[in-house]
Design a binder for this molecule. Structure first.
Ligand SMILES: [Zn+2]
Length: 364
């Protein structure tokens, strides 16, 4: 085996090619200085987000091919547009902004945002809260000409720049949410879109992570603890590394790769398995009285679509696996292809079962 290895090294010149440009990740701890962020249960969003970000950075810096840049490493105030400017100047490959959520209820769970038009009032409210820091900035009227965080309409123009990076942003957001849910058993509030100012000015794939609710008694306590911060940071770092590995093939060919099935397959391969015995998961794409051919061109290019007649309706499914992690990634992929309201269904011994019950009833 050793001899073969040496032979391969000396025979192919690409093995000795000079190291390529490092993969640059900009880590952005939300808030800071006179902007404390939310202070649910007395915990401080600006301190917690900074602590998590520094831990993510320490993890990523163990990889010599990754370069980490922080928008802040101390308790200082930064204007929103400065954060994006730091990332653009560094010609970064990724921008990751870390925050903590707040709500008047005992809501809890993690959600990761990419820039887009908010699809619900709740998403708009979160973006509004994170955007409101603008009012603490001097000269905000000039800096953000015409932008009003309180107006949903003024967010529409913000989505344009990020559009071409949307595929990659959703890919990273999906990996992050999967890690939170599967490894840390945090409640999954899913990948969402909303108009965050801090994301709209960056020229690279960008996500904003709401790591959980400080206003929730248990989640606030968890996020304020060293254990909670370390665990969240490790899962975010792991997701960034999988993302980098998944895209490394595509990036050599083009500046802005879209996620192809190949990359999706790679993501699936590098994600830990989570097998549920005797269970088959599928992604339900659509239900219709019409009998459609399951060829890819009928399903936005998705392969392996199957059809089943149930209660007089044709149900169309994507994927078929006992691996819950795999089906979650396939769901993200299907959503990205345009099936925005698709969802995971579970079958046990051929019978459709409630997903929540299947997930609860198994040990794993
Ligand atoms: Zn925040």
């Amino acid at each position: 085996m050793l001899a073969i290895g040496i032979f391969a090294l000396s025979s192919f010149s690409f093995n000795s090619a000079p190291p390529s440009k490092p993969f640059v990740v900009v880590l952005d701890a939300g808030h800071g200085g006179k902007d404390t962020g939310n202070t649910g249960n007395g915990y401080k969003e600006d301190e917690i987000s900074l602590s998590i970000v520094l831990k993510i950075g320490a993890e990523l810096e163990k990889h010599p091919d990754i370069k980490v840049i922080y928008t802040r490493t101390k308790d200082v105030f930064l204007e929103l547009h400065e954060r994006a400017a730091i990332a653009n100047k560094a010609d970064a490959d990724l921008f990751v902004s870390v925050h903590c959520n707040a709500h008047s209820s005992q809501a809890y769970g993690t959600e990761t945002f990419v820039l887009g038009l908010h699809k619900s009032q709740a998403n708009f409210e979160i973006a509004k809260k994170e955007n409101e820091v603008i009012f603490l900035e001097e000269n905000y009227e000039e800096t953000y000409a015409g932008f009003d965080p309180n107006s949903p309409a003024s967010l529409i123009g913000l989505t344009l720049l990020q559009e071409e990076y949307l595929d990659q942003s959703i890919m990273l957001a999906g990996l992050i949410q999967n890690n939170f849910t599967n490894t840390l058993k945090r409640k999954d509030r899913s990948v969402k879109q909303a108009g965050f100012w801090v994301l709209h000015n960056t020229y690279m794939p960008s996500v904003l992570i709401e790591t959980g609710f400080l206003t929730n008694k248990q989640e606030g306590k968890y996020l304020n603890s060293a254990k909670g911060q370390t665990e969240m940071a490790q899962e975010i770092a792991k997701a960034i590394i999988s993302y980098k590995n998944n895209l490394s093939l595509a990036t050599t060919k083009s500046q802005n790769p879209v996620i192809e099935e190949k990359e999706m397959d790679q993501a699936i391969e590098t994600t830990d398995e989570k097998i549920y015995k005797d269970v088959v998961f599928k992604v339900q794409l659509a239900a219709s009285s019409k009998r459609l051919d399951t060829k890819p061109s009928n399903f936005k290019g998705l392969k392996d679509v199957s059809r089943n007649k149930e209660d007089g309706l044709y149900k169309y499914y994507y994927g078929e696996t006992s691996d819950y992690n795999k089906i979650q990634l396939m769901k993200t992929f299907a959503q990205e292809k345009g099936f925005t309201s698709c969802y995971i269904v579970a079958f046990k011994k051929g019978e459709k079962r409630k997903l929540s019950e299947v997930l609860k009833s198994e040990d794993k």
